[in-house]
Design a protein around this ligand. Structure first.
Ligand code: ADP
Ligand code: MG
Length: 332
């Protein structure tokens, strides 16, 4: 009851009961909720249409702290693009958009509920993943990216552990036995870690299409198959656009395997310089026990030249990705 009372009420969201907050950002709040008409548990992303900004009237500023509503014009175009892209998507590794509607104050995106929360929190909790567990996670993400890049012409542009969500709370022991490899066709098998009662690691899905973009076809260099009068700078700009997701995938894989990101510095300027140069290392002792094959794969992803960087197909064909994990040790 206490928690229920703390949930805000939103005009326009009367058909949903909010249960708990799952995430928040500058302009969005994500809640676990029940669709009262169907009883289905969902996630609702509530995006504010207006920002509260201090009134700029002369003198007024110091007399009272009156706030007035200021429409955010770009917000609307962005949210509609996010919705448009998500509507065209149907893949087991991508969070589904179930409904979209709006009130005068808010946009509401009703999403497939991902009870397990962010991959980010699991990395924090576990420190790092075994190679087999990392493979189990990253292959699911890669299959989602393959679908976006090759079947939808979409670049996500914001692949990171905060935007990768587990469908249920993963139960991962500190000594991690090898999970069976993810198999799209066997939805409810192959993801259970033997020896962990009722647990295992579930499905991982890509969320947050707020920065995503439909790009040009790489073969024909045309948008959506129509012959255009496209300027060369546009073609050049978009040629390697998909490779930004591959770089990000490399960063996620690196982080999964050792528990810290490939590029980090207290100073944003130093960090920017490190990224620009692609300056990272397989730091000892953390990387000493990680396979040469995993390092080889990361090297091909964290590659400064986008033309040299692995595409999603090259990623999926790499021997580290296709390796079948060894069966778990049967001795207790
Ligand atoms: P933002 O643009 O603010 O980053 P996101 O779509 O990434 O918005 O949502 C913010 C956070 O809300 C996510 O990082 C995640 O923790 C949570 N979240 C988003 N979608 C879902 C979902 N479908 N199920 C559960 N939690 C979600
Ligand atoms: Mg996000």
């Amino acid at each position: 009851r206490e928690a229920k009372n703390k949930m805000p009420t939103y005009t326009g969201l009367e058909n949903f009961r909010l249960l708990e907050k799952m995430g928040d950002g500058a302009f969005s709040n994500v809640y676990k909720a029940v669709d009262l008409r169907t009883g289905q548990k969902v996630a609702v992303k509530v995006v504010r249409k207006y920002e509260l900004s201090a009134s700029q009237g002369a003198g007024e500023k110091h007399l009272n702290r009156e706030f007035k509503k200021k429409p955010r014009v770009t917000e609307r175009a962005n949210i509609l693009k996010e919705v448009q892209i998500m509507r065209g998507i149907n893949h087991p590794s991508i969070v589904k958009l179930l409904q979209f509607f709006e009130s005068p104050e808010h946009y509401f995106l009703v999403l497939e509920l991902m009870e397990g929360g962010e991959l980010f929190h699991q990395i924090v909790k576990l420190t790092y993943f075994s190679e087999n567990l990392a493979r189990h996670v990253i292959v699911q993400v890669a299959q989602g990216i393959r679908y976006l890049h090759e079947e939808r012409g979409v670049v996500h542009r914001d692949i990171k552990p905060e935007n990768l969500l587990f469908d249920r709370i993963p139960i991962v022991p500190s000594k991690i036995p090898a999970p069976k490899q993810f198999d799209e066709d066997k939805e409810d098998e192959g993801e259970f870690i033997p020896g962990v009662g009722g647990g295992g690691i579930g499905k991982v899905k890509i969320a947050d299409f707020g920065l995503s973009k439909v790009v040009w076809d790489e073969q024909t260099m045309t948008p959506c198959g129509t012959v255009g009068y496209t300027a060369p700078e546009i073609v050049k700009d978009e040629r390697y656009s998909k490779s930004v997701d591959m770089w990000a995938l490399g960063c996620v894989l690196y982080t999964l395997l050792c528990g810290f990101p490939p590029f980090y510095d207290e100073s944003i300027n130093v960090l920017t310089e490190k990224v620009a140069r692609g300056h990272y290392t397989f730091l000892s002792p953390w990387w000493d026990t990680i396979s040469a094959s995993a390092k080889d794969l990361i090297t091909h992803l964290l590659c400064v030249d986008p033309a040299q960087r692995y595409t999603i197909d090259e990623f999926l064909a790499h021997s580290w990705v296709t390796a079948v994990p060894a069966p778990p040790d049967p001795t207790p």
